[in-house]
Design a protein around this ligand. Sequence first.
Ligand code: HEM
Length: 153
Amino acid sequence: MHALDSFCTWLEATSVSRTLQTVEWIIPAVQTVHILAVASVVTSALMVDLRLLGLGLRDQSVQAVARRYLPFVWWPLPVLLASGATLIVAEPARALENPVFWLKMGLLAAAIVGTLASQRPLRRSARLLAVLSLAAWVGIVFAGRWIAYVQGG
Ligand code: HEM
């Protein structure tokens, strides 16, 4: 896609991108932030989903577990967005021209919708939603790593 190619070429020539490319410690630091936020999101979503499935934390209600852990799913998401965007600015084509990156974004939308939907008052399908959103979160982690092994543009 010509427009996306041009955008990536322009972005990687900006001074912000050049700084990210040349100052060696910035990208590992941003990756560290990304991974710490991933740890919070995935472990907290796991807690909520295991409770929905009746496989853990059964001494507390579903609502109590959700109240306790869901903030640790939602609050790190802006951190993931900011750190992810920084990684993209450093190497735009690597992500934006990589189908696995867009798979990851699709799975992220599905995981967010699934997690929200499993909390609705009428939770007849909450267990199914818990399994699906858990699978989506794991898929996002897999896709996050997979980007490095699939050729971008
Ligand atoms: C909110 C938007 C997000 C954006 C824009 C984003 C973007 C990125 C980018 C650009 C990379 C670098 C991939 C590479 O070049 O190899 C990455 C890595 C990764 N992302 Fe995300 N990400 C986001 C959210 C998430 C979420 C929600 C998770 C998991 C719950 C996640 C998990 C990972 C993992 C595990 C890696 C690999 C880290 C590494 O190997 O250093 N990301 N992400």
